[in-house]
Design a protein around this ligand. Structure first.
Ligand SMILES: Nc1ncnc2c1ncn2[C@@H]1O[C@H](COP(=O)(O)OP(=O)(O)O)[C@@H](O)[C@H]1O
Ligand SMILES: [Mg+2]
Length: 391
């Protein structure tokens, strides 16, 4: 029997559509001689569906029609139950549709890349590809991520963070702090979204207020950071686990405006609309040898200190004036799983998918080797039940 890989995608995220594209690319790259593939699409409403019709991106033009050809499914949050169940229990026969062996989450953004979905997989105990709950959550939150990187000596731009409530209660104090500690221009970001959603820049106080208003529509946590005016963006993918990882060649995404917009990233610039593949990039990026190795080193360090796993992409900002390098962010479920960077490094997309599966199985084995002792019944040992509990 072949290993059955459940690929989860879509999801309750602003990056829903991008996830559909990434997953479709990934599913086509999986070696079918070795693996079976079960596509599991999570709708924007959070329902799960499976069916072969989900394999073709063209079918997503009419979601209702597509889903009418699929089966609604779910998994139980029960340890060791890897079954995929039909939501509509059949009158006769089993409600088990199939059993998964390994899961590959290709869910960009919220409720996927942030560790929330990974928590479900941990509960079930099924081997899965990519970062665990902790590293996903740390990598997704732009504030927590910066704190960890800074604490480990990895350069990040100056920043200040606050909650929407703090902004409401002490706006003037925060503005003063931003102006004295960072100074205009600044970039304002919601802490936990991707694809440039809710991000804007501000060159004066009015624009700052406007930008924070925008960002807080998306998140309760907001980060204001130093804007690098003459920036060069460089990305590097990292593959492995935190003890054994490798770096890809570097890419330089080409932008059409002041910063990479949703259109630049996925539609080939503001005029085109050709899908993710159309976005312009220079691979490998043309940089001096020293900068290339420094960026690769920082990308690896970012992956390591955040305890990442599987395939991530670390995005770096180079200040064209000073040539200072800053880590901007990590994407723990990168667009297209960064396959194009691995191809340029000499690892095919099929090999990349294979590697993700073996890493998932390896982690599960390592987890099982750790002692977890909760099988003793303290009540049976005559423990007292009076008074307070010290834990
Ligand atoms: N500190 C900064 N200085 C200048 N430009 C920035 C800065 N931070 C982000 N940008 C621009 O904004 C884009 C989106 O920001 P990023 O932090 O990567 O958010 P996202 O998670 O949405 O991709 C970046 O690709 C870059 O073009
Ligand atoms: Mg980015």
């Amino acid at each position: 029997m072949k290993t059955n890989i459940g690929v989860f995608f879509g999801g309750r995220s602003t990056e829903h559509e991008i996830s559909v594209i990434s997953a479709s690319q990934a599913m086509h790259a999986i070696d079918r001689n070795k693996y079976d593939v079960t596509p599991i699409y999570i709708s924007k409403q959070g329902k799960w569906y499976t069916g072969d019709a989900l394999l073709d991106v063209k079918n997503y033009k009419n979601i209702d029609e597509l889903l009418s050809r699929c089966t609604e499914v779910y998994m139980r949050p029960v340890y060791n139950d890897y079954n995929l169940y039909k939501t509509k229990k059949p009158m006769f026969g089993s409600d088990v549709l199939t059993k998964l062996d390994v899961v590959i989450p290709v869910l960009h953004g919220s409720n996927g890349e942030d560790g929330i979905f990974e928590g479900v997989l941990e509960t079930i105990g099924i081997p899965y590809a990519g970062c665990n709950t902790l590293s996903s959550a740390n990598g997704m939150d732009k504030i927590t991520m910066k704190m960890i990187l800074k604490d480990n000596g990895i350069p990040v731009v100056n920043y200040i963070w606050f909650t929407d409530r703090q902004w409401f209660n002490q706006r003037d104090k925060l503005i003063e702090k931003i102006e004295s500690e960072i100074g205009y221009p600044v970039i304002v970001k919601p802490a936990n979204l991707g694809s440039s959603v809710g991000i804007s820049r501000a060159k004066d106080r009015d624009e700052l207020i406007q930008s924070v208003e925008t960002a807080q529509k998306y998140s309760t946590r907001i980060v204001v950071e130093d804007m690098v005016e003459q920036l060069q963006e460089i990305n590097c993918s990292v593959l492995g686990d935190c003890d054994d990882y490798q770096m890809s060649v570097l890419e330089e995404p080409i932008k059409t405006g002041d910063f990479l917009t949703y259109e630049d990233k996925y539609m080939g610039g503001s005029k085109g609309a050709k899908g993710m593949q159309a976005s312009q990039k220079r691979i490998p990026a043309e940089l001096p040898e020293e900068e290339t190795s420094r960026i690769k080193f920082l990308a690896g360090e970012t992956f390591r200190v955040l305890s990442c796993h599987g395939v991530s992409r670390v995005d770096v900002i180079v200040d064209r004036e000073t040539r200072n390098i800053y880590v901007n962010e990590i994407n723990t479920i990168p667009g297209s799983l960064s396959f194009y960077l691995w191809e340029a490094t000499g690892i095919s997309f099929t090999q990349l998918m294979d590697k993700l599966v073996s890493l998932a199985i390896k982690r599960k084995r390592e987890q099982q080797a750790k002692t977890v002792s909760y099988d003793q019944n303290i009540f049976a040992m005559g423990g007292g039940t009076k008074g307070g509990i010290k834990k």
